[in-house]
Structures are given as C-alpha cells and as structure tokens.
Design a protein. Structure first.
Length: 445
C-alpha cells in the first residue's frame, strides 16, 4: 500500500484523491478551507459529482482517506505529493493566477526542509499552468528546503459531471518530467488505479506536457466555436446544423464529439485556458489568430442569442421569460463562467422578469445573480418556470429537458415561443404543437 498526499482539494484534487484511495492507497488530503475539510470528514462532498460521495464515505470507512488543513508531518510521510490547487483566471488580465501554486510550493519547500534524512520526494503538479511554471515550482521548493526533489507535470483531463469515470478510464495519462525514474513510479500508481488493461501513457518534456493540457482544451473549444459558426451560417442559408455536424463528425479524423452547436462554451476551464494560452503566445511574440477567433466567436454567440430573443419578442422589458438551466453544462451544480448565467444577467439587465429552473445549480446561481434578485424567481420544476411565460429558453443541456411534456408547457405559457439554445428538444414535435420554435443553426429544419 502506497502513501500519497494531495494538496488542494478542489475538483481535480478531490477526485484524484478519492480514486487513488479507492485503489487502496493511503491518501492524505490537504486544503486550507476548514469548512470543506469538515464536510469531507463527515463524508459529505462539497461538490456534486456522480458516484463521488459514495466513494468518499467508503474510503473514509476503509481509513484510506484522511483530511487536513495543514501540510503536517503525516502529509510529508508520503513519497508522492500531488499539487492540485486552482489556477483561476485573473479577471482584469485574463491570465492564469499562479499565486496558489507558488504559495503551496513555498510552504511545501519549507516543510520538507525541516525533515531530516528523508528519501527523495516526487512532487506531481496537476494544476493547469503555463509552460515554465512547473520548473519554477521545483526551484521554489528546492530553494526553500535546501535540497532536491523530483518534479513531474501530470495534467488532468477529467470533465465535470463524468469526473470519476474519466479518472478510472482515461484516454491517456501524460507525464512531463526531467528523468524516467519518477515517471515509472507514477505509472505503477496509475496502473493500480485505472480500470483499463493497458492505459495509454505519454511521456514528454515538462514544457510539452504543460502545453498538451492547454492545446487539448483549446482544440475542444475550437471545435465548439467552429460548429457554432457553421450554425450561424446554417441560419442564413436555411440548413440544419444537427445534420451538418453528424455528416462531418462521422469522418473519424474529425469525430462526432464536441460538435454540438449552442450558445457557447463555459465553465472553469475552456474560457480560462483559451485566454491563458492566448497570453502565453502573445508573451512569446506570437499572434495566435485562430485562438483569438475562437474566443471572439464564443463571446459573440451568447450575444447573438440574446439579440435573437429581443428581436422575436420585440424587446424583453416587462416580459416574463422562463429559463431552463443555469449550470455551465449538464450534471453539475457549477455555474462558473456559465453562459446560461450570462444570458439571465443580460435579460434581467434589459428589464425582463425571469423564472429560472435548474435541477442542481439554483443555490450557486442565486449567489452569482444576487444583484437581480428582484427580477428572478427560482422554480422547482421546468413546468413552473414556463408558467405564464412569454418565451421559454433552454440554456443548459440537461438530459431531463429532452423529456419535457411540451403539450403541458404549451397550455401554461402566455405565448408559445421557445428558444432552444442547446438544440435539445424534439423540434418537429414543438413545431407540430404550434410553438414558434427557434433553435441554434436551423436544427429541426
Ligand atoms: C473540460 C475538458 O473537456 C476536460 O477534458 C478538462 O479536463 C477540463 O475542461 C479541465 O480543464 O479541467 P469541463 O469544463 O468539465 O471539461 O466540461 P466540458 O464537458 O468540456 O464542457 C465545456 C463547455 O463546452 C460547456 O459549457 C459545454 O456546454 C460546452 N460544449 C461542450 C458545447 O457547447 N458543445 C459541445 O459539443 C460540447
């Protein structure tokens, strides 16, 4: 049984820690947020993620998970220490905020320096960071401890909503390191954890591994902005983006995933990582034209959607608008950089009265939309959100919205207008029932 420590128990840190614990490692989890640590000690997950809470409880019982608020002696008994603190976007500049990573490096270095005669530690950085950062982290730790460590950059590719599955069945596991020895050690840990026969490992230089993470997210964001532009063109020429995406995506070189046209990408990763990569290019004197366009298209897409609503409704002031979905995507309560939230914000700003429903994200949305509290009511069901509405918007791709009883909704709405921002509904059925149905990119035509 190996001992492992994980510093930073956010999305990535918690899921990594729990999956490592489930593979029978003794995992020490460290996070400065006492509330979060107390919740976890009681077996409660601070985030919603399918299967996560069950695995937390199970592994606390098995004594494989321990939670702490400080890097103490017990945390330092582990030979392998993961750092998974956040690198959020600095709002004013669009760059990645690396202060949490560097603060942990200083603290960890100082603590490691106080150990006597210990073996060489492997420090694994999982936080998404611009190339060059991992080696800076190494320098900080080594100078504080007055000794040496092995450092590995090991990016994370899990998605919110499918995080446990993604961790147990990864497409690939990437390591950026200066030598083979720490990588071999990590391969052993991962082979024990993943549930695949032959996991795909990729070894690269540290700079390359750091770039693999940004390039992966930027490429997926590019697919989304690309299909959204095709959708915009579909609307002009009278084509159906659903059919186009299927016909294009069946080419194996292109692939079907991430070709769902909509109101744009959100979340804590794509918006932040595309902008950080743009800055990285700029810092090195390179104008990353394509990426700039991807970011612009994403910013425009939600504006086009709101403009479409305003045009069809002849302005939204005083109108009641039902909004289905507030989370940045399905199966999460996360509203960070959620396009749905931006849309509610724009509508409320323009004087609309919003009735919003989300299966999970209401609590988080209320905090972020508090300035509009007099213009928004939160509803327990999609049917309540549609009641007396002058229009209904689908803003998040929750699977459950596909099964909505359109006939029931139709009767309770003031006007039968739907703006399907995620191309979710049965468009033909909606039109047959007499809805004025507006999709993205002529879906349903
Ligand atoms: C993303 C990546 O998919 C993960 O591989 C990565 O590990 C993670 O960022 C990260 O860097 O931590 P995530 O942000 O959880 O994962 O969510 P995605 O499923 O990628 O969705 C991102 C956004 O794109 C959502 O707003 C979603 O609605 C939108 N999207 C996705 C589309 O508009 N169309 C699509 O076809 C797919």
């Amino acid at each position: 049984m190996s001992k492992v420590s994980v510093i930073g128990i956010g999305y990535v840190g918690l899921v990594t820690a729990v999956c490592l614990a489930d593979a029978d490692n003794k995992v020490v989890c460290i996070d400065k947020d006492l509330n979060k640590i107390e919740m976890l000690r009681n077996g409660n997950s601070p985030i919603f993620e399918p299967e996560l809470e069950e695995l937390i409880t199970k592994n606390i019982e098995k004594k494989n998970l321990i939670f702490k608020t400080e890097i103490d002696d017990e945390s330092l008994l582990s030979d392998t220490i993961f750092i998974a603190v956040g690198t959020p976007m600095i709002e004013s500049t669009g760059r990645a905020d690396l202060s949490y990573v560097f603060n942990v490096a200083e603290e960890l270095g100082t603590r490691l320096g106080s150990l006597k005669g210990e073996s060489l530690k492997t420090i694994v950085l999982k936080s998404t960071v611009p190339p060059g950062t991992t080696l800076k982290v190494k320098k900080i730790i080594e100078s504080k401890m007055n000794g040496s460590i092995n450092i590995v950059f090991n990016p994370e590719f899990l998605r919110e909503g499918t995080a446990i599955k993604d961790t147990f069945y990864p497409d690939r596991i990437v390591f950026g390191a200066e030598s083979e020895e720490p990588v071999e050690k990590l391969k052993t840990i991962y082979k024990k954890m993943v549930k695949q026969e032959n996991p795909q490992f990729v070894s690269a230089s540290i700079n390359s591994a750091e770039l693999i993470k940004y390039a992966s997210n930027a490429f997926l964001a590019t697919k989304i902005s690309f299909i959204n532009e095709i959708a915009n063109l579909c609307e002009l020429i009278g084509a159906n983006v659903g059919d186009v995406a299927e016909g294009v995506g069946l080419d194996k070189r292109i692939g079907k995933s991430f070709l769902n046209a909509g109101i744009g990408y959100g979340g804590s990763c794509f918006p932040k990582d595309t902008r950080a990569l743009d800055h990285l290019a700029g810092d090195h004197g390179h104008v990353f034209q394509l990426l700039k366009a991807v970011i612009d298209v994403n910013n425009m897409q939600k504006k086009r959607f709101v403009n479409k609503i305003k045009k069809v409704l002849d302005g939204v002031e005083g109108k009641r608008i039902g909004v289905l979905g507030l989370a940045f995507k399905q199966d999460t309560d996360d509203v960070r950089e959620s396009i749905a939230i931006d849309i509610v914000d724009s509508l409320a700003e323009a004087g609309a009265k919003v009735s919003a429903h989300d299966p999970l994200a209401e609590k988080n949305a209320k905090v972020i939309l508090s300035k509009h509290k007099n213009s928004i009511v939160y509803c327990d069901t999609p049917y309540d959100a549609a009641k007396k509405a002058d229009a209904l918007i689908i803003a998040t791709e929750w699977d459950s919205f596909k099964k909505i009883d359109l006939e029931k909704i139709k009767k309770s709405m003031n006007k039968q207008i739907i703006f399907d921002g995620r191309n979710m509904l049965d468009a033909k059925e909606a039109v047959k029932l007499g809805f004025d149905y507006h999709s993205i990119g002529g879906y349903g035509n």
